[in-house]
Structures are given as structure tokens and as C-alpha cells.
Design a binder for this molecule. Structure first.
Ligand code: SF4
Length: 382
């Protein structure tokens, strides 16, 4: 299963002009649809605990098409749609769904798995269907390390080939990498690998212990801080955007360092990090499972409703799950007191995984509110 990660800049990734926070309560900027949970890989951190066979209860072709039509109801500007899995290519009707998405005017990304099914011909068809970008994953800098994580020998080599083929077809490429105790030391080598692949973005996913990920160890808050500072340094020399997923505290680090360097706020807002301010699980992000359940994010298994029985637009705008999670005044612990709560807000998914409360503090962040001596930093709302 490929990690469910956005194809843009900043946390989860956001491109283009940043809408106000008010807009996020009306419409997501990124929608992830897990088209299937079927996948031929057996990744050690898989959120979906994917299996080789498709779930007979997954949304049918006509249900999928109806869902796509409903998703256009968020307003004139279509959200960016990420078709993910499992491996979306395990659905025989995947190109039918892709063509329908394209006709409806979505900006499209696909998150396929690095298997033999991802051929040059398939990548060409993606491009012809209007797909802008694909994401692939490297969780190790060598075949031994990566294949060990992905559970299938040969996956590393196939992923390198697919990355080159995607660029040859003119598809933008995002590489996702997992940050855990096991991968931490290898990150500089993964960065070198990614640097040679002509990518648009490198996105680092800070493990949430859900699904198979429960058997893997997260790095400590001190190490998170150190990785964030390292990423900020790299972002100055890298020829591609560097983003984090489920680690919005990277914004605090980047914002504080940019301010210390004298960069004006207006310029900061235009950076890849700045465009992501305020976006987090359930606030600008929505995830739809293979059976139509709607979550605030793929790593936050709190069901807000099901597209089979309720209007997906209404679920996002009105369900108690989404409304609560968007309300930073209800956040607890350090996130509730933090001057960065609007800009960052912590990973709601990690809070839920750690404490069973999506409004609790994010335990991966080591920041003590007030430490920097700042007032509320509310760049998300302006
Ligand atoms: S305490 Fe919470 S809101 Fe503040 S920087 Fe850390 S994760 Fe973000």
C-alpha cells in the first residue's frame, strides 16, 4: 500500500493560492479516495492492512461515479483529488473512474504501488486521462532496506523504473518516505536517492501507529525537532519542495526560522510551507474509504458518515466529527494553549492514536507553548 500523501507543497501538500480558513470549513482542498484496499505489497506500516484480494463491499463502479459527481458539489473550484489505495490498479474499472474524474474537472493525482502492474503504458494512460502527478514511496535507500519494509523483493528496482518512466511521460512525481526509528538514520541517503529522480516533491510521513504501523516505533519528540530543522536546511538547497505529512509542527520550525532570518510574513505565506498553514486532518483534508466511509484523514479512523447513505458535502461541512476537529478552541493539552494552534494545530490523527481523543495534544511535538515568547501566530486566517 502506498502511503496516502498529498501531491503538493507543504503539510500534506498544497499548491497555488492559499484559501482562508473559512473556506476549509466549506470545502476540502485535498480529497483522498481509497478506491480499493487490494494491494500486492505487504508494507510493514500499511494503514489499510491491505490484502491481495479486493473487498466485495468496496464501492462499485456506479457508486464510485456517483461519489465523484457529488464531490463536485463543493463549489466552483474542484478540490484536488488523490486516487489511492491499496493499489488503485487492482480495480479493473480504475481507468473508467479516472476518465470520469477528469471529465468532471478535478485536478488529479494517483498513488499507485510499485509493482509490475505500473508499466510505461499505464503511466501514459494516466497522462492521457489528465493525471497531473503520481506518488511513489521509498522507505529505504537500498533494495535491502526498502524491500524489507515493503515485504516484496524487487520493489525497490521497480519503483526506480516507475519513477523514471513517469517523468518520461511528463507526469510530476512525488516521493513519499516514512520517518520511524528504523528509517531515521537512512534519511540522508534517501534524500540523495530522491535528488537523482527529477522529483517535484519529497514528502516525509511521520508514522502514525495505526494498521500495521502499530508494530513500528515512532521517533522521539527531540528527534522530530532535529529532523524538522534538518529538513528546513535541506529545503534551501533542494531543487524540489520538501513537505511533511502528519507532522504540521514542521510549520512552527520553518516559520520561526524564516522569521529569525528576517523573511517578511507576506513572503513566508507564499512559500510551500506557508501555503499549507491551517490545513490539517479534517480542516482542508477529507478521506473516503474503499467502502464509502468518510474520515477527517486516512490515519484518523473516526467515521463521520458514509457516502452510501449521506451527502458527502454535508458530512464534511456539518458532521459533528468534522466540526469539532476544525475548532481549535476545543483542542486540549499543549496544542490547546499553543500560539501556533491555528497555523499548525498538531496531528489530530496522532492525538487519536495515542490518547483516543482527536482533540488532544500531538505527542510527537516537543514544543512548550510560550517557549518562543510569541503571541498567537495566526497566519492561517488572513
Ligand atoms: S504544541 Fe501543538 S499546535 Fe503547538 S507547535 Fe506543537 S503540535 Fe503544533
Amino acid at each position: 500500500m502506498t502511503s496516502v500523501i498529498g501531491p503538493h507543497n507543504g503539510e500534506h501538500g498544497v499548491s497555488g493560492r492559499r484559501p482562508s480558513r473559512l473556506v476549509y470549513s466549506e470545502a476540502p482542498i485535498l480529497i483522498y479516495w481509497e478506491t480499493t484496499r487490494a494491494c500486492d505489497l505487504a508494507c510493514r506500516h500499511c494503514r489499510a492492512e491491505a490484502h491481495a484480494e479486493r473487498d466485495p463491499n468496496e464501492l462499485t463502479t456506479s457508486e464510485g461515479k456517483a461519489l465523484l459527481e457529488k464531490l463536485r458539489g463543493f463549489g466552483k473550484r474542484a478540490p484536488h483529488l488523490v486516487l489511492t489505495g491499496g493499489d488503485p490498479l487492482k480495480r479493473p474499472d480504475f481507468f473508467t473512474l479516472l476518465e470520469h474524474s477528469s471529465k468532471l474537472g478535478f485536478r488529479l493525482s494517483v498513488a499507485p504501488s510499485g509493482t509490475d502492474a505500473l508499466t510505461q503504458e499505464v503511466l501514459r494512460r494516466f497522462k492521457n486521462c489528465g493525471v497531473e502527478s503520481i506518488s511513489l514511496s521509498f522507505d529505504g535507500s537500498t533494495p535491502e532496506r526498502h524491500d524489507g519494509f515493503r515485504g516484496v523483493p524487487g520493489c525497490f528496482v521497480r519503483t526506480v523504473e516507475a519513477a523514471r518512466a513517469a517523468r518520461a511521460e511528463g507526469l510530476d512525481l512525488q516521493i513519499n518516505s516514512l520517518v520511524t526509528m528504523q528509517t531515521r538514520e537512512d534519511l540522508p541517503e534517501i534524500y540523495r536517492l530522491v535528488s537523482g529522480l527529477d522529483v517535484m516533491r519529497w514528502s516525509l510521513f511521520f508514522l502514525i501507529q495505526v494498521g500495521r504501523g502499530q508494530g513500528i516505533r515512532e521517533i522521539t519528540p527531540e528527534e522530530v525537532e532535529s529532523v524538522h530543522n534538518w529538513l528546513y536546511d535541506l529545503s534551501k538547497e533542494a531543487s524540489f519542495a520538501i513537505a511533511t505529512t502528519e507532522a504540521p509542527h514542521f510549520r512552527r520550525v520553518a516559520l520561526t526560522r524564516m522569521r529569525a532570518e528576517g523573511i517578511p510574513l507576506a513572503k513566508i505565506r507564499e512559500t510551500s510551507v506557508g501555503r499549507g498553514f491551517g490545513i490539517r486532518d479534517g480542516n482542508g483534508i477529507m478521506f473516503i474509504s474503499h467502502t464509502g466511509e468518510v474520515y477527517p484523514a486516512g490515519f484518523l479512523p473516526l467515521v463521520a458518515g458514509n457516502v452510501r447513505s449521506a451527502d458527502v458535502v454535508e458530512i464534511y461541512r456539518e458532521s459533528p466529527v468534522f466540526k469539532r476537529i476544525r475548532d481549535t478552541a476545543q483542542f486540549g493539552g499543549r496544542c490547546g494553549r499553543c500560539e501556533f494552534r491555528e497555523t499548525c494545530g498538531g496531528s489530530r490523527a496522532r492525538a487519536y492514536a495515542a490518547y483516543g481523543d482527536p482533540l488532544a495534544e500531538d505527542p510527537a511535538c516537543g514544543y512548550q507553548p510560550g517557549e518562543y515568547g510569541l503571541q498567537l501566530v495566526n497566519l492561517a486566517d488572513e
